[in-house]
Design a protein around this ligand. Structure first.
Ligand code: IPM
Ligand code: MG
Length: 357
């Protein structure tokens, strides 16, 4: 098959890990006789430096024309402590999500058995946990009207959802639940928020079309607690943009490290595949970042964007074998890891590539 893949590394360790994800895609293309062609585009801080714009029109046009985007991360510490900055790297990411209509962010949380000891949660609580998050990605407080009043002394961000936005993400989540353990947990704050009451009303209505799926509604504060207390009770979780952002960082600890988690952002056009971790400037340029989230994002890309299931499974199996052989990046190493098996970013990529068979 011929496919065009756009590589968008972005900022910080995004550059390092995405190079490894691309290498894995390249190796898969060779092995399975596909022709993948690549182009690159700028986003985030690197795009601001080069053009003044966190998402240049040229980058957006390339995204729309590609068959899939392999994405890195955006962000730079210089903006984090400068609340007055008008142009910020994250604006590029949010604009990309909106412009490409990427309303569903899938974040699978699954622990590789070998990493049971890498999490700070007890192995007996974690073992067997397997959760698929559907985070709504183009609405909510992220995209509502925001501003200042009262001479800048008062600020507001409006949270807004429309029925169709809740319905389309709910349907995607129900469809996925059907292919899994047939359990769906919808997370909201309907005891306080009007957007959450609409959310719950719509999910209840959509549920009528999926009588085979068991539905539970939870308040987000309870979910935050139950994820740590009993992660195995969850199968598919569907939630709003802000709650999903927070809960998936929390849930990453179920998988041992943020460095392990991949995500797919999909809508009606080109999808974007990216690690859930950020640009991590504290370790940028040191060659120690964990590339497995980018590699697993490449696996999601193969599966979801190109419908290449065997290719995708080959990648996941390779990661599993490498972990079984005892290799770790620093973030997932534990007391049992042999010091000689702690690898940097490129060396971990080499190991995975070696096992792609
Ligand atoms: C994520 C990130 C982004 C978000 C940031 C970088 C704007 O945390 O993808 O989870 O909040 O959505
Ligand atoms: Mg986040």
């Amino acid at each position: 098959m011929k496919k065009n893949i756009l590589i968008v590394p972005g900022d910080g360790i995004g550059q390092e890990v995405t190079a490894v994800g691309k290498r894995v895609l390249d190796t898969i293309a060779d092995k399975f006789g596909h022709q993948f062609s690549y182009d690159e585009a700028l986003i985030g801080h690197v795009a601001i430096e080069a053009t003044g714009n966190p998402l240049p029109d040229e980058s957006l046009a390339k995204m729309k024309q590609s068959d899939a985007v392999l994405f890195g991360a955006v962000g730079h510490p210089k903006y984090d402590n400068d609340p007055s900055a008008k142009v910020r790297p994250e604006q590029g990411l949010l604009k990309m999500r909106k412009e490409l209509g990427l309303y569903a962010n899938l974040r699978p949380i699954k622990l590789f058995d070998e990493l049971l000891g890498a999490s700070s949660i007890k192995p007996e609580i974690l073992s067997g946990a397997d959760i698929l998050f559907f985070r709504e990605l183009t609405g909510d407080i992220y995209f509502g009207e925001k501003g200042r009043e009262n001479n800048g002394d008062t600020a507001y961000d409006m949270a807004k959802y429309s029925r169709f936005e809740v319905e389309r993400i709910a349907r995607k989540a129900f469809e996925a639940a059907r292919t899994r353990r047939k359990k769906l947990c919808s997370v909201d704050k309907a005891n306080v928020l009007e957007t959450s009451r609409l959310w719950r009303e719509v999910v209840q209505a959509v549920a009528k079309d999926y009588p085979d799926v068991e539905v539970e509604h939870q308040f987000v504060d309870a979910t935050a607690m139950l994820l740590i207390k009993d992660p195995r009770r969850f199968d598919v979780v569907v939630t709003a943009n802000l709650f999903g952002d927070i809960l998936t960082d929390e849930a990453s600890q179920i998988a041992g490290s943020m460095g392990m988690l991949a995500s797919a952002s999909i809508g009606d056009g080109t999808g974007v595949y990216e690690p859930i971790h950020g640009s991590a400037h504290d370790i940028t340029g040191k060659g120690i970042a964990n590339p497995l989230a980018s590699i697993l994002s490449a696996a999601l890309l193969l599966d979801i964007a190109f419908n290449m299931k065997p290719e995708s499974e080959t990648v996941i199996r390779a990661v599993d074998k490498v972990l079984k052989s005892g290799y770790r990046t620093r973030d997932i190493a534990d007391a049992q890891t042999e010091p000689g098996k702690i690898l940097g970013t490129a060396a971990m990529g080499d190991e995975v590539v070696k096992h792609l068979n």
